[in-house]
Design a protein around this ligand. Structure first.
Ligand code: PMV
Length: 322
C-alpha cells in the first residue's frame, strides 16, 4: 500500500491574539510556505505490530503507546479513532515532518493536530469535512493548551484567512489588496499555555486593566477586518502598531521582540507586532510592497533567527505551498 500524506499550514495571527481567548475577535491567515506533513505507511510484517510514531524534530521515535498521555499526536489519533468508531490501531508508521519551528507562535500544535487527523482518517478509509476536522483539532488543542480559543485550529483546518470569534464558525475573509507580511523569529522558545495561564491568573486578581486592553484590541481588530477587506494596507499597518502597544501593556512583549519591531518600522514597515502567545516566538511586519529584501536584512541585523515572507494575495493561485 502506498504511503498516504496530509499537509497542514502554519498559521499567523494578524490581530487579536490573547483577547480572542476571552471571546473577542481575531484575524488570522495561513502561512502557505510553512507546513507540517504527516505520512502514514502501512506495515504488513510482522502482522498486528501496532502503530509506531517518528517525529525527528520532536525527538520522537517510539511505539504509539509510549507517547506521553497528553501528547498532541496521541490525542489526535485517539480523537480520530473515537470519531470513526474504530477501536484497533492499524499496523503502520506515522511520520511527522515540519519545515517550521515548534513552540514559536506559528501554531505548530494546531498544524500537528490537523495533519495527523487528516492522514489518519484517510488511512482508515474515511474522508473528513473541514468542520469535523476543526472540531476534532480543537479537542486536541484543548488537551495541549488547556483553554485555547480555537483560532489556531480554525485557520489551519480551513487554510484561508479567517475572522474568528470563540465558539462560532470561522468566517473566511478575502483581502482587498495584496498584503506582504514578513515574520521574524526572535529565537526565544515560549509556551503559549504559560503566557495564557499567567494572563488568566492576573485577570482573576484584577480584571479591570486587562479587560480595558482587550476591549481596545477588539475595537482595532474590527477596524482591521474592514482595512483587510477593503485593501487599506497603510491603515492595517497602523492598527497592527496599536495592537502591539496593547500587547506590550499586557506584558506580553520582550526586549528581543521590541528590537525586531523597531528595526522593521525603522526600515519602512507599515506595522509591526508580536504574533501568537508572545514573550518570544515570532513577530510580524507589514511591508508596503512585494519588495521585502531590505526588511529581511534589517530584521536579521536586529537578531532575527530567520525571516519568512507571508504574502496574503487577492489571487493566491500563484502562491506556492512548497
Ligand atoms: O502561540 P500560538 O501560536 O499557540 O498562538 C496562541 C494564540 C493565543 O491567542 C495567545 C491563544 C489562543 O488560544 O488563541
Amino acid at each position: 500500500m502506498p504511503a498516504l500524506t496530509a499537509k497542514a499550514p502554519a498559521k499567523l495571527i494578524l490581530l487579536g491574539e490573547h483577547a480572542v481567548v476571552y471571546g473577542y475577535p481575531a484575524l488570522a491567515v495561513p502561512v502557505a510556505s510553512r507546513w507540517l506533513r504527516a505520512t502514514m505507511q502501512a506495515r504488513i510484517k510482522p502482522a498486528n505490530s501496532g502503530l509506531t510514531v517518528s517525529a525527528p524534530q520532536l525527538d520522537i521515535e517510539c511505539p504509539f503507546e509510549a507517547l506521553p498521555e497528553l501528547h498532541p499526536i496521541k490525542a489526535a489519533v485517539i480523537v480520530t479513532l473515537r470519531h470513526l468508531g474504530i477501536q484497533r490501531l492499524p499496523s503502520a508508521n506515522l511520520n511527522i515532518q515540519a519545515n517550521f519551528p515548534f513552540s514559536s507562535g506559528l501554531g505548530s500544535s494546531a498544524s500537528l493536530a490537523v495533519a495527523v487527523i487528516r492522514v489518519f482518517s484517510a488511512f482508515l478509509g474515511h474522508s473528513i469535512t473541514n468542520p469535523e476536522l476543526n472540531t476534532l483539532a480543537y479537542q486536541v488543542e484543548t488537551s495541549a493548551h488547556g483553554t485555547p480559543s480555537g483560532v489556531d485550529n480554525s485557520v489551519v483546518s480551513y487554510n484561508q484567512p479567517i475572522w474568528f470569534i470563540k465558539g462560532a464558525q470561522p468566517t473566511p475573509l478575502q483581502p482587498g489588496a495584496d498584503f506582504h507580511f514578513l515574520i521574524a523569529d526572535s529565537g526565544i522558545k515560549k509556551s503559549t499555555a504559560a503566557s495564557v495561564g499567567e494572563l488568566a491568573r492576573r485577570h482573576d486578581e484584577d480584571s479591570t486593566f486587562i479587560d480595558e486592553c482587550f476591549k481596545k484590541i477588539a475595537g482595532l481588530t474590527r477596524l482591521g477586518r474592514q482595512a483587510f477587506q477593503s485593501g487599506e494596507i497603510q491603515r492595517f499597518g497602523e492598527l497592527m502598531n496599536e495592537n502591539q502597544e496593547q500587547l506590550a501593556k499586557l506584558g506580553l512583549s520582550c526586549p528581543e521582540l521590541d528590537r525586531l519591531n523597531a528595526a522593521a518600522l525603522k526600515s519602512g514597515a507599515l506595522g509591526a507586532k508580536l504574533t501568537g502567545g508572545g514573550l518570544g516566538g515570532f513577530m510580524v511586519a507589514l511591508s508596503p510592497t512585494a519588495e521585502t529584501v531590505p526588511f529581511k536584512k534589517a530584521l536579521i541585523e536586529a537578531g532575527a533567527q530567520q525571516v519568512i515572507d507571508v504574502p496574503v494575495l487577492t489571487n493566491p493561485e500563484g502562491d506556492s505551498h512548497e
